[in-house]
Design a protein around this ligand. Structure first.
Ligand code: XBP
Ligand code: MG
Length: 236
């Protein structure tokens, strides 16, 4: 019996990565006087690692082995990440990123049907608030019973920890919930916590392995903008 829907944020509620997070990272790098610049193709590779701080470390390890590390690399990364969060939330406040098709409709219908709503994401809590308030509704945060985000669990997706945390807080079993994700890291996290998952692909994730998904769609669709089924059957 379905009682709750649990949503990923980046890529799922909104297409935030290329024109949001990536741009904010680059602004933070430039403001710090660093010669780091992430173009859209490189960013696609960097998305292999979830979490902004983790992603910057991965970039250095993988693409900048010769870049001279400062004594306290973790402090630099933390400062850059704070600046990046500021730039990102500013972009959202300008209305730079809308919700994906069908997201607001589904959330509205789910609330009307009495389903409980939650968020399980790797991104920073301030980013979720900024997206919900600017792209969903002024009171968008209150639509969700739980917003599980960022460093609340140490192991980020593809680890299932953020989903375990959410289920525990809601006192629900995975069989009572449905997850919405857009990426390989996301479906691995959801599947490892035994959640059935609906995938809506993005340009960055369309070639990921979604064999564990209950359903793969191009988007959630609107009455005048129908979704396409990529794999599975609606009504599974
Ligand atoms: C989202 C992410 C996040 C954002 C950056 O993954 O990977 O890292 O790109 O967010 P998912 P922060 O959609 O699987 O949750 O910089 O705030 O970490
Ligand atoms: Mg995602």
């Amino acid at each position: 019996h379905l009682k709750a829907l649990i949503f990923d944020v980046d890529g799922t509620l909104a297409d935030t990565e290329r024109d949001g997070h990536r741009v904010a990272f680059n602004k933070a790098f430039a403001a710090a006087g660093l010669d780091w610049e992430w173009d859209t193709a490189l960013y696609g590779q960097l998305l292999a690692v979830a979490g902004g701080k983790e992603r910057m470390k991965y970039y250095l390890d993988r693409f900048r082995p010769d870049w001279p590390r400062p004594q306290n690399l973790d402090a630099l990364i933390a400062d850059l990440h704070k600046a990046k969060t500021r730039y990102y939330t500013e972009l959202l406040a300008e209305g730079a990123i809308p919700l994906r098709p069908g997201v607001k409709r589904l959330l509205t219908e789910a609330r009307e049907a009495g389903l409980r709503l939650a968020i399980a994401t790797t991104t920073t809590p301030a980013n979720v608030t900024a997206l919900l308030e600017n792209a969903l509704a002024a009171d968008g945060v209150s639509w969700f019973e739980i917003i599980a985000a960022g460093d609340v669990v140490p192991a980020k997706k593809p680890a299932p920890d953020i989903y375990f945390y959410t289920l525990e807080r809601m006192r629900l079993s995975p069989q009572e919930c449905l997850a919405f994700e857009d990426s390989a890291n996301g479906i691995q996290a959801a599947t490892a916590s035994r959640l059935a998952t609906i995938i809506t692909i993005t340009d960055y994730t369309k070639d990921h392995d979604f064999r564990d998904a209950a359903l793969v769609l191009d988007c959630l669709g609107e009455p005048d903008y129908p979704f396409q089924v990529i794999r599975g059957e609606v009504g599974w």
